[in-house]
Design a protein around this ligand. Sequence first.
Ligand SMILES: [Zn+2]
Length: 306
Amino acid sequence: MNPVKAFALCLFTFTACLSVPAHAALRVLACEPEWGALVQELGGPLVDVSVATTALQDPHQIQARPSLIARARNADLLVCTGAELEVGWLPVLLQQSGNARLQAGQPAHFLAADVVPKLDVPTQLDRSQGDVHAAGNPHIQTDPRNIALVAAALGARLQQLDAANAAAYRTRLQDFQQRWQQAVQRWSAQAAPLKGTAVASQHKAFGYLYQWLGLVEVAVLEPKPGVEPSVAHLQQVLASLKAKPARMVLYAAYQDPRPSNWLQQNAGVPAVKLPFTVGGSDRAKDLFGLFDDTVERLLGAAAAAK
Ligand SMILES: [Zn+2]
């Protein structure tokens, strides 16, 4: 309805006015594609979602560019990973947005990692160890069981922030959780042969995936998290793999593939690009496709390594 007609209707019948919400949908700004996809699943037509990063960008470091600041200014809900993943850019973005509702501690500031038990929490904090992820490993989206935990909390938050539509959010959450649980069972069964497989990682990005599927990380290519490995360092990793061989080396779609490809050439193990998040591959069009593709790529590499 155009505004003139809406206004005429208001004059005509006051109750019609009251039923028109201030804006059609809850405006959501998601920091990473996986949370954009999740809030879309849980909100459907009730949410208007924009995502700050793509699957081909490093979520640890992006620019708080003007278009992003404008989106933060208008958002009703922020959905980010937390656990310091966005520590390099989100505080600046929020400060520049001037949006009081979105600030840390407000109900509209939702952090997924807050509801997930975290791996790799350092006992001793030393920033000289690179980007150490002081709050633990933030890459929680690589285990689909974490997605279910986040969905429950995010669904409740949507009901709280948009109470008029609470019943609809509740129904969508139940529907999603049911479909997700079935899918997780299917992926777990498909990936069962991977249990115990030794793998190398380019960045310490897949700890939750390994925990879920029982993969064993025997080497990490980055000398420190977020630091590109030199050839000398790669040669050290190669030497360490002689004692503890890896069957494959994994890297995320946003990463430079060269270190993994170097290991593929020199250790003869397949380098496997994982989508890492929604949009990281052609098949990872949504959260279901993300794990369909991840499991298939791992199984394919394990078969090739035999
Ligand atoms: Zn990281």
